[in-house]
Design a binder for this molecule. Sequence first.
Ligand code: ATP
Length: 669
Amino acid sequence: MAENKENKKDGGFNFPPVSGGKTMKPLKFNGYWLYILLAAFIIGYQFLDTQSNPVRTTWQEAKTKMLEKGDVDEISVIKNKGQANIYLKADRIENYSQLKAKGFKRSSKGPHFFFTTPPVESFSDELKNIQESIPEAADTKVDYTDEYDGWGNIVSFLFPIALLVFIWMFFFRRMTKGAGGPGGVFNVGKSQAKLFDKDTHIKITFKDVAGLAEAKQEVEEIVSFLKSPDKYTKLGGKIPKGALLVGPPGTGKTLMAKAMAGEANVPFFSMSGSDFVEMFVGVGASRVRDLFKQAKEKAPCIIFIDEIDAIGRARGKNPNMGSNDERENTLNQLLTEMDGFETNSGVIILAATNRADILDSALLRAGRFDRQIYVDLPELKDREEIFKVHLKPLKLAEDVDIPFLAKQTPGFSGADIANVANEAALIAARKDKNEVEKQDFLDAIDRIVGGLENRSKVIKVGEKKAIAYHEAGHATVSWLLEHAHPLLKVTIVPRGKALGAAWYLPQERQITTKEQLLDQMCSVLGGRAAEELTFGQISTGAQNDLEKATKQAYAMVSIFGMSEKIGNLSYYDSTGQSDFSFTKPYSEKTAELIDSEVKALVENSYSRAKELLKTHQEQHKQVAELLLEREVIFSDDLERILGKRPWKEEEETEPQEAEENQTEQPEEQ
Ligand code: ATP
């Protein structure tokens, strides 16, 4: 034993491990080996065939050195190849050194030489003459044939075909694999759903889904339907067939479904709407059939279809114009399976989309997706909860205040918040910190809202001045308006595509009044007004502001019915069914009126902004100069220059109703 240990210490001689220490895997036989063997055979055949190759010579040489000496036993002319083979008499073979060198012996049968013949007619005449005139050549047998090289011909005929078949199979396999089917072309119509059941461990539970109390409750209820159906059916009720999770991107719809798969003790089929789509006709419908067949076998179970709008879009009214037959067939099959002749009790369908407005109404009716669960952008309280989930794995400094962070992120989705947490950790790591601090979170929020800081951008002095006065214009006007969003900070450090920005903290309103919209529009136009008043000229820097103001004005006039001349009319179609790009729902006259009302709204707001800046010209200048000096100024600085704002923030009531939440971007130049 001791000897053994000693050996190991010394590193005594060992065989080196095969292939870098990895053990060799036994070779497996698969289809590719066939192709390799075929190729090896073809190549080998070419080499093996050289065994008794005759020596090349010329007709002239054959004539003078062989035929006329009486050495030739037979000349075999292969007409179709234009070649003649020479068979020597056995006792003459050894007279030829070339043959000896090639290993020919007395017993070698031949052909021993070959040459390319002149045209067969002249050659046979010449040969005849020689045989008649020279006695030694008289007994040489002459034979004329056509020769077909059996194997060689077959191989040269089959090889291109085999190659084509190989290439075709190779691409076909890859295509069908790419379509998700490991089973090749014959499985293309099979459902591509992933099955999660008791044996597949999904770690996500409802605890990982923060906020979304109502949505969570509904989904939890579906799980409980499946676990104890009697509780619901004993009073005569029916278990719902499906639920549709609807909401903006990143609000946690897929996460909720994953949690459901993790919690429900029933099989869970998960797939995406686009998994039904394939280049082959009829595959989508066949996949739907197969999915339901599998699900019925495993009932009670849940089917989850993510991004259902890929197949569930409203069917076209005119079958010849722009309709997509394959998608419609798939949808029809889905409709039939969900509420058709066949019963599929115990199969609950959960789907997610952020475009419920474009879904076919037949899909949404009761009996199919009985329930629509709205997963909205999170409110303040929900954001706090989401922050708590995503901050758990981070090492936080003491100054990190979750309610404060939630307040700083209105309009952020769950995915955005997850991104803020991750980005803050990365920023802190870049600065070699041991903990993630509050400032890292604020930097992360700025980065997500405004893009990456770009301090190296070359900006001329004159341009910088224009940017500062423009941003100071936004800040001053919004400070002086009651309903403009509260200002956080103003910066002239370029970020993303913007050269400067005024950052606001949008109020989370459920409804917005006309006055609030007008004040917002006025502050948006404050930048351009400041440029005109200060420099007497305007620039392209206000393009983004003008676009925003115009869109808002059009919405006020044609959607919210906020123009007196147009009246209480809304030309918006929330069903998404009508196509207004071809026909407008109003006359030419109304269109002109809408345009003039929009123009008037924007003009009035612009004049208001100019008025405000004129009356506070000195303060505006101070704000701009401070901005030029410091590059970033905060609301405290504005309060110092412009005085405290006299308006108070409205108090919130509990509980809140979750409704339209408006996301605001910083006013960019
Ligand atoms: P899309 O409609 O674009 O598919 P989605 O609504 O399905 O978006 P998810 O994929 O579920 O969004 O969410 C993306 C990520 O955002 C999640 O992986 C999670 O990290 C985070 N997230 C979203 N909502 C929540 C939430 N309520 N609680 C915790 N994390 C959340």
